[in-house]
Design a protein around this ligand. Structure first.
Ligand code: PGA
Length: 229
């Protein structure tokens, strides 16, 4: 059975102490009882070691990787540098596209870097045009990659897209990138998460704000009721 996903994206949040506190709270309270569910946490790079040391039953991801290989690229974190530490890389988030000028071409370069190093790319898209660009610029993406559909109006706004509309997007994306699995993200909370898991063509959710508090995030995971059960 294919897994479904709950992905927590911490974005640019948490000191080392705050990250350690979250990990301790999660460790105490979380009971992984959904064998078909993969919980993915994407903290900042410098928190990865804390997660690895704690051995939490979650998969790890980074929130970005460089489009360049290792070398003279000051400040960049390359795929080589995190390979072996993380299973996933979140790429092309709308906040990076908007604030840092990431283009479809740059996102495609990052996808290739990730795949070359055995890291599964999770590409964020907010419209179908970005899915078409991904198909054209990174044709090898669809074999292993996941899509995270995050409409701009829904991200960090408290105004989520409806599960039905998100499902329609997943269907349309799946026609372009044959069989790609699609997650929905944008203001997903413990009290609305189950609606997305009831949709036949969605493979899970991406969560920003509601992943920052360990107990809220656990409630959200528990609130996901699975169509496979
Ligand atoms: P949000 O963020 O849950 O805070 O809306 C979603 C995301 O950007 O992944």
């Amino acid at each position: 059975m294919k897994p479904e996903y709950v992905l927590g994206n911490w974005k640019s949040n948490k000191s080392r102490d705050e990250a350690q506190r979250w990990i301790s709270e999660f460790q105490k309270a979380y009971r992984a009882n959904q064998v078909v569910l993969e919980v993915i946490i994407c903290p900042a790079y410098h928190h990865l070691e804390l997660f690895i040391a704690a051995g939490l039953p979650v998969a790890l991801g980074v929130q970005d990787i460089s489009q360049f290989p290792s070398g003279a690229y000051t400040g960049e974190i390359s795929a080589e540098m995190v390979a072996g530490q993380v299973k996933y890389a979140l790429l092309g988030h709308s906040e990076r596209r908007k604030n840092l000028g990431e283009t479809d071409e740059i996102v495609a370069m990052k996808v290739t870097r990730a795949l070359d190093k055995g890291i599964i790319p999770i590409v964020c898209v907010s419209d179908i045009r970005q899915v078409e660009a991904l198909k054209k610029l990174a044709p090898n993406f669809a074999t292993t990659g996941l899509l995270l559909y995050e409409p701009l109006f829904a991200v960090n706004s408290g105004n989520p897209d409806t599960p039905e509309s998100a499902n329609e997007f997943a269907l349309a994306a799946g026609e372009i990138l044959q069989g790609v699995r699609v997650l929905y993200g944008g203001s997903v909370k413990p009290d609305n998460v189950s609606g997305y898991f009831q949709q036949p063509d969605l493979a899970g959710v991406g969560v920003g704000g509601a992943s920052l508090d360990a107990l809220t995030f656990i409630r959200l995971i528990d609130g996901a009721s699975f169509k496979s059960q």
